[in-house]
Each structure stands twice: as C-alpha cells, then as structure tokens.
Design a protein around this ligand. Structure first.
Ligand SMILES: [Zn+2]
Length: 339
C-alpha cells in the first residue's frame, strides 16, 4: 500500500510546500491514527534536485536541527532547481531519541529500498526511495555517532566502481568543507540508503558530525555551512568564490582500523579525537565495574593513524566499537582536470 501526502505537496510546480506523508499507525491510544512524516519541497524552475535527509537514526541531531532551520530559512526565489528536505527520516525514532524505530525495532539505514507492504520503517524507506531518491540528482544524508559513538566531524563517502561518479562525489565532498572526509568501508552496507542511491549512479554524501546524543556549535556550523556550500556547488544557490575550508581525505582500513571492546566495563579514553596514534600505543582502558581488584584491560592501536571515532559513553559492552583509526589516502587523481 503506497503512502499518501496530505496538504498540497507538488513536485512539478514552483513554490515552497511544507507537507507530510501519512503513514497509518494504529495504536492503543489512537485506533485510526497516522504518523505524519514532514516533507518540504521547494522548487524554482529547472535545475538539479537535491534531497537532504536527517534523523535516519533517531539519536543523531545535527541533521534534524540544521534541516528544520533550512526549511524555514530558504526562499523559493533564492534557488534554481529543487530542494527536498526530510528532517526526520525515522520520525518515530527521532521522537523517542533512539537509534532504531520504537514502532517496529528496525534500523532505517538497513531497510532500503524498502517495502510498501512491510513494517512502518520499511514503508517509509520505500516511499523515500521511490518518490524522493529517484527524482533527485544528489542525496545528502546527515548522521553523527548517536548515543554510542562520537566522531571527529566528517563527511563520509564510499569507494565506487564508476570513476566519474566517484570524481563527482569527491568534488562535492570537498566543497561541503568538513575538516575531515572519510572513505569508509561500511561494516554492513546491505539495506543502507547510501547503497540504494549509489547503485542508481547518483551522488551520495553522508556525514558523521559528532555524536553522544548531543550537538555542539561547531558540529552544527559544519552542517549548516556544508548545506550552503553544496547548494552553491550544484548551482542551486548562486555560486560564489567564497573560500571553503580544505577537507582532509582519509580512510579506515579493514584490518586494524576498527577496535571493539574485548570486555564490558567503563571505558577510559586516553586520546582526544583527531590526535595521531602509533601502532601498539595504549589508547584506552576498560575498568571492570563490579570487580574492583581485577586489572584494567588496555586497548592498543593496531595501526599508525589518527583517532576519528571513540565510544560515546563510558559504559561499554563486549563487541561495542570503541575506537576507529583512519589513515591518509591520495585522492589527487579525482582533482586532475584532464581526467
Ligand atoms: Zn547514523
């Protein structure tokens, strides 16, 4: 069953349409109730279409805040083309402040391309994929570390087979202007919005802008400046010659890049985000909570690099990602004007 818009949403007419998508949601409190997922469409004439999504995970807040502000601030006459904004992709999760949906327990970013007859999360994914992604040229999906991780603020991209698609992505990421850009090897890429967009040959950019269930002035500014920089890059806002801060491209090696907690306890991080580490260096300690005399467990870096992610809170369980270390990569071939 396909979901329906309420209000006067229209992709083909110029104007700003603040609307909602109706997702039937029968509960004990509301027998014939619906979830009303906000969708904002702004169009002015022909031009590229960009889709901004936040709240893919409900405990990551730069996207929802920056996109709600954008929806109010952006004027039809400012743009050329189309801007589609979904500030709270997994709306029930954002309302609950949780990573996953409290309605069906599902991870929105493992639910694409979705299922019109599935659970609420699968229905929303199906609607977003068919109605919004497929009419967009570029998709920017905001993430941060959520309750359980904190990142050095960065944009995220993936290694793509198609050189031209990769080049366009690298140039867009560069223009976004986050201090760091990570070429990520996703641990679990099936069902991600990222994969669904990229396999259609479109440009996809994600972010990891902090975390720990909070936002900072710094991470929010990176989000808001990045939105404007990207709109200028694709000429949806008038381009200007404003100098964008340089991003540093790094990647996260499969072997040694990701460190998991070997036991539960309280994690003491010894290294600030963005600091260099060397192989064998002790970067954190895990203290048993219940057994006072048990020696602390030291966590050592497996490779040389820079700490880009750490646990977002001190209590950790076995298997939690507690540190991610990134190393330099050379992306100069994508900036070669001859290629
Ligand atoms: Zn996320």
């Amino acid at each position: 069953m396909s979901l329906t818009f309420i209000d006067n949403l229209n992709f083909n007419q110029d104007g700003k349409y603040i609307s909602a998508v109706k997702v039937p949601h029968s509960t004990n409190d509301s027998g014939w109730g619906s979830l009303l997922l906000p969708v904002i469409v702004i169009r002015n004439g022909d031009g590229p279409t960009i889709l901004f999504t936040g709240g893919n995970h409900g405990d990551e807040y730069e996207g929802p805040i920056a996109l709600r502000k954008l929806a109010n601030e952006i004027k039809v006459e400012d743009i050329q083309g189309q801007v589609i904004i979904v500030p709270y992709l997994n709306y029930p999760a954002v309302l609950a402040g949780t990573r996953l949906s409290p309605v069906d327990g599902q991870n929105m970013n493992r639910s694409f391309p979705g299922n019109p007859d599935g659970s609420m999360t699968q229905k929303i994914a199906d609607f977003v994929y068919r109605e919004l992604v497929m009419r967009s040229d570029v998709v920017l999906d905001f993430h941060s570390g959520g309750n359980s991780m904190i990142f050095e603020p960065c944009t995220v991209l993936h290694k793509l087979e198609d050189f031209n698609q990769m080049k366009k992505t690298v140039l867009a990421v560069n223009k976004f202007g986050a201090p760091l850009s990570l070429l990520l090897n996703e641990l679990d890429s099936k069902g991600m919005l990222d994969t669904a967009v990229e396999k259609n040959g479109k440009i996809f950019i994600s972010t990891e802008l902090g975390g720990g269930g909070s936002v900072s002035p710094r991470t929010l500014k990176i989000a808001e400046d990045g939105i404007r920089n990207l709109l200028r890059h694709f000429k949806i806002l008038p381009p200007n010659e404003e100098l964008v801060p340089k991003t540093k491209f790094m990647h996260t090696p499969d072997i040694g890049g990701y460190l998991m907690a070997p036991q539960e306890g309280l994690y003491e991080t010894l290294i600030e985000l963005g600091e260099p580490v060397t192989k064998g260096q002790v970067i954190g300690r895990i203290h048993s909570i219940s057994q006072i005399e048990v020696p602390t467990v030291e966590v050592q870096a497996q490779i040389d690099g820079v700490l880009v992610t750490r646990a977002g809170r001190a209590p950790v369980k076995i298997g939690d990602t507690i540190a991610v270390i990134a190393t330099d990569i050379d992306v100069s071939k994508f900036f070669d004007t001859k290629s």
